[in-house]
Design a binder for this molecule. Structure first.
Ligand SMILES: N[C@@H](CCC(=O)N[C@@H](CS)C(=O)NCC(=O)O)C(=O)O
Length: 217
């Protein structure tokens, strides 16, 4: 059955791979599943036909036969469950890998997103300069905790898993802030993730569409 995902027609990041279709592309590449991409404009994402697929009018969505999914975490989890390569066979190790997926999305991504919002959308607010150190400190705190847990291991829990895929995807969003550089083991972790052939294929595919393109309405 053909897998079709949606992605920005023109990603606002100009091809940096930070839009959440990249993590879905990456998961599909890791498990060797071919997929098609349906590009959607910002306008089309808010129209009823698209809202029937995604109640919040966002990318990515995932369609496979009758199945329609939204939320990148649910999509990557679905891919990891259906195909070999992203979740360990051992039940306990599998549960821990899933826990890392949740940790990435629920514990690490929120302070990073808050920082992205503060840097991109709130810089001109009168309170921005005062608030920024607090927002940055929350990210630093979380990265410090993660860095201590990772230590000198290659991946978060044994072999590379969907937990690492999600954590690396989330950490990538913090890179433009420069905060990651204070944690060399996390920077190396991210470099290891980016060096995976499956990541490179996913990145290149979105780059081919988005590089240097201004967003459309
Ligand atoms: N929690 C959702 C977030 C989806 C999301 O925020 N998508 C962004 C692109 S990365 C989007 O579509 N933004 C446009 C909008 O919200 O109008 C997920 O992980 O899929």
């Amino acid at each position: 059955m053909t897998i079709t995902i949606t992605a920005f027609e023109r990603s606002p990041d100009g091809g940096k791979g930070l839009a959440r279709d990249t993590r879905v592309r990456w998961a599909l590449e890791e498990v060797g599943q071919p997929y098609e991409v349906r590009p959607v404009s910002f306008r089309a994402m808010k129209e009823p036909a698209y809202l029937a697929l995604h109640p919040f009018g966002q990318i990515p969505t995932y369609q496979e036969g009758e199945l329609v999914l939204f939320e990148s975490g649910a999509i990557v989890f679905h891919i990891a469950e259906r195909h070999i390569g992203l979740l360990p066979a051992d039940a306990d190790a599998r549960a821990r890998a899933i826990a890392w997926m949740f940790a990435a999305l629920n514990t690490v991504e929120p302070p990073i997103l808050e920082l992205v919002t503060a840097r991109m959308l709130e810089r001109d607010r009168p309170w921005s300069a005062q608030r920024m150190p607090l927002v940055e400190e929350r990210v630093r705190h979380r990265l410090g905790q993660l860095s201590r847990r990772l230590g000198d291991a290659d991946w978060l829990d044994g072999a590379f898993s969907a937990g690492d895929l999600m954590m690396a995807s989330v950490l990538l969003r913090s890179r433009p802030s420069g905060l990651l550089e204070a944690f060399p083991n996390l920077a190396a972790y991210l470099a290891r993730a980016e060096a995976r052939p499956a990541y490179k294929r996913a990145f290149d595919a979105q780059w081919a569409v988005n590089a240097g393109m201004p967003p459309t309405g």
